[in-house]
Design a protein around this ligand. Structure first.
Ligand SMILES: *Cc1c(COP(=O)(O)O)cnc(C)c1O
Length: 399
């Protein structure tokens, strides 16, 4: 019999733990989506999102999972037979690549070892060789959720510019937005794809496209079929806070609350919190004597950490023991790393003691499943959490 008392630890890298404040906000009466009360809600979330994407551009909201927003980004901007440049950072990049093929695009895939992010120099070489500018878009995943590797989006922008190539720049931030620093305008991104159930701390069901002027201009002539996903249909009613079809009103209540929470904490503080938890997690992994999948420290993810299982040990068996004994869900190995890697999610609504509990569950699970490791991972993480908080000279406690 599984041990299920107490709170479940949902430590997969999305969906993430939904804060009570957000759940309470969702639990409100569904209203007329063409009435004045809805209009205020619509205007509030549509403008608040710009802050999170760091953009002045419009952000389209779909009642869909992130996969829908991937499709929207492609069908609004591209035409059948268009070449697009994609990079095999891991499982999600691979899924997006197969979607592009199914839609009738011709994606070029720069191969990868699933342990590194996008190499800006490789993008530059491909684009520089495309003298006729037949590549219409560069599509990359900011935080590859299957590997715990973050790509350097600003540097890829510079590579596109060095190649003097006009391709549209499309970025998936589904597991980075509101957990890892991201700048749609400053990094010259044309379409940013995001979802509700990861850094934004909402249940699954909403996804987003931030749309630059250049992307909007391309959408006027793009020939891939679209109707439900059409930005054009959305942007008209959005100007007044409304939607062309029934929006996910209750999730929008939740979004309004999560935007409030992010602004109250301050986005830069949110990023620092995730950096701190990611660093503490990596210290635990190293203390256990296990290996972090990401090989380049400049590309470590602050959303999640993917950990390699020692040879001869399967992550699925390990995660099953952790779930049954400690009521905690850890992320599975996906695609090429299935069986070999487990993932610790530390994105979204998360604090020091939740991380301590998470790492304790991992450490006890390693012990229970006789996975070769050293003790002391949790202690190493706690040391980091303490040192990251202690003021110089320590706290003084009087009386
Ligand atoms: C979760 C995720 C997706 C898929 O989103 P769904 O909401 O499951 O459709 C795509 N890309 C990345 C990077 C993700 O983390």
């Amino acid at each position: 019999m599984a041990d299920v008392s107490g709170r479940h630890f949902l430590q997969i890298p999305g969906p993430t733990n939904v804060p009570d404040r957000v759940l309470r906000a969702i639990d409100n009466a569904t209203i007329d989506h063409r009435g004045p009360e809805f209009q205020k809600l619509g205007q509030k979330v549509l403008s608040g999102l710009k802050h999170i994407f760091k953009t002045k551009a419009p952000v389209v909201i779909y009642p869909a999972s992130g996969t829908g927003a991937w499709e929207a980004a492609l069908v609004n901007t591209l035409s059948p037979g268009d070449r697009v440049l994609m990079v095999e950072t891991g499982h999600f990049a691979t899924l997006w690549h197969s979607m592009a093929k199914k839609l009738g695009l011709v994606p070029e895939f720069i191969g990868g070892d699933w342990r590194h992010g996008v190499d800006p120099a490789a993008v530059e070489t491909m684009l520089a060789a495309d003298k006729s500018h037949s590549i219409k878009a560069v599509c990359v995943v900011h935080n590859e959720t299957s590997t715990g590797v973050t790509s350097r989006i600003g540097e890829v922008r510079k590579a596109i510019d060095r190649a003097q190539h006009p391709a549209l720049y499309v970025v998936d931030t589904i597991s980075s937005l509101a957990s890892i620093d991201y700048r749609h305008d400053e990094w010259g991104v044309d379409v940013t794809v995001a979802g509700s159930q990861k850094g934004l701390m909402l249940p699954p069901g909403l996804s987003f496209n931030a749309v630059s002027d250049k992307a909007l201009a391309m959408s006027k002539t793009a020939q891939l079929p679209k109707s439900y996903w059409s930005w054009n249909e959305m942007l008209g009613p959005n100007k007044n806070g409304f939607f062309p079809y029934t929006p996910a009103t209750n999730l929008l209540y939740g979004l309004r609350e999560s935007l409030n929470m992010l602004l109250e904490e301050g986005l830069e503080n949110v990023f620092k919190r995730h950096d701190r938890h990611a660093e503490a997690t990596r210290r635990a992994v190293r203390a256990w004597g296990l290996e972090i999948l990401c090989l380049n420290p400049a590309e470590y993810s602050s959303s999640l950490t993917a950990v390699l299982m020692p040879a001869g040990h399967n992550e699925a068996d390990f995660r099953k023991v952790v779930l049954e004994n400690f009521n905690m869900s850890l992320g599975s190995g996906l695609g090429k790393v299935a069986g070999k890697v487990f993932r610790i999610g530390h994105l979204g609504d998360f604090n020091d003691l939740m991380l301590a509990g998470t790492l304790a569950g991992v450490e006890m699970g390693l012990e229970l499943t006789s996975v070769p490791h050293r003790k002391g991972g949790v202690a190493a993480a706690l040391d980091h959490l303490v040192s990251a908080r202690a003021p110089a000279g320590g706290f003084s406690i009087s009386r």
